[in-house]
Design a protein around this ligand. Structure first.
Ligand SMILES: Nc1ncnc2c1ncn2[C@@H]1O[C@H](COP(=O)(O)OP(=O)(O)O)[C@@H](O)[C@H]1O
Ligand SMILES: [Mg+2]
Length: 280
């Protein structure tokens, strides 16, 4: 349990502010956010408080993406959060997502990376290059955000040992499902109103780009926020003309011989409205 809990407990009396002590002479002051966190809404106690709809899920992740874009792209030195995970995304009454817990955050000059011997973060969310070599830059947050997005779409934990061996790791399972053309089955089964195929495709493609094993190929968070807000499916430039309004989802890996997680979507014109069976 972190320092924040103690301080939040103390300030709960005032119900207005929350202070994190990050050293003896520096403090971060946060607004008090009282509608639980993303982890509790996906897997925990907040599930009793109502349905966590697709729209609200997307609102939370878009808020998170914008907050990270600010930390990475709008300020100098930039800030790498280093512990993006669902329990650190607080949610307010209107389902705005707020990034919290800057206990591991690191300031970096522009275009700088940092090599650390002590890798910090949370199992399941840590980017492979950071876990393996200690190489840290803002692209590690992008990876963690991709895991968080997959978690939000599927309602699954990033690592879940209660599942069968090929389902333990969320990112690996997702890639396997997509390779087997079963992407439509990955949506959180708890959702009564499922997203449209188009919305699901958009979220999955963005998440897969974020968890690309090659950190250079991951998008920037500003780009991620724009793609999430767009009505378009983020096709690769050269595939745009093949886009169709209706059709079944068929996401194919085009990574043969490559380690990148680039994906292309082939939309088969079916003429049916199967993809529009639900709202959003
Ligand atoms: N601004 C805040 N408003 C309300 N609750 C908060 C706030 N910041 C943190 N909390 C609560 O405290 C918990 C732990 O805080 P956090 O900063 O993540 O510390 P740590 O993860 O180190 O314990 C959060 O999951 C959340 O429930
Ligand atoms: Mg925390």
């Amino acid at each position: 349990m972190g320092t924040t809990c103690v301080i939040v407990g103390f300030f709960r009396m005032h119900r207005s502010i929350n202070i994190t002590v990050i050293s003896f002479n520096r403090m971060l002051v946060y607004e008090f956010v009282n509608n639980g966190n993303l982890e509790q809404w996906l897997h925990g106690a907040m599930r009793q408080h109502g349905v966590f709809t697709w729209d609200n899920r997307m609102k939370v992740v878009i808020g998170t993406a914008k907050a990270l874009a600010y930390l990475h792209e709008a300020i100098e030195p930039k800030v790498v959060h280093r512990d993006i995970k669902s329990s650190n995304i607080l949610i307010d009454d209107e389902f705005n997502g707020k990034v919290s817990d800057f206990g591991l955050a690191k300031m970096l000059g522009s275009d700088k990376s940092h090599i650390t011997t002590r890798v910090m973060g949370t199992f399941g969310y840590v980017a492979p290059e950071y876990a393996n070599t200690g190489m840290l830059n803002e692209k590690s947050d992008v990876y963690s955000f991709g895991v968080l997005l997959l978690e939000t779409v599927t309602g699954r934990d990033p690592v879940d040992y209660s599942r069968s061996s090929n389902e333990v790791n969320l990112v690996e399972w997702l890639k396997m499902m997509i390779a087997n053309r079963r992407a439509e089955e990955v949506v959180d089964p708890i959702l009564e109103v499922r997203p449209t195929i188009r919305a699901l495709k958009r979220a999955l493609l963005i998440a897969l780009r974020c968890v690309d094993p090659d950190s250079e190929k991951r998008p920037k968070m500003g780009q991620v926020a724009r793609m999430l807000e767009s009505e378009e499916v983020p096709f690769r430039e050269d595939r745009r003309n093949r886009r169709s309004r209706t059709g079944s989802m068929d996401i194919e890996s085009i990574t043969e011989g490559s380690t990148s997680a680039e994906f292309a979507i082939k939309v088969e014109r079916t003429g049916s409205s199967r993809s529009d069976r639900s709202q959003t």
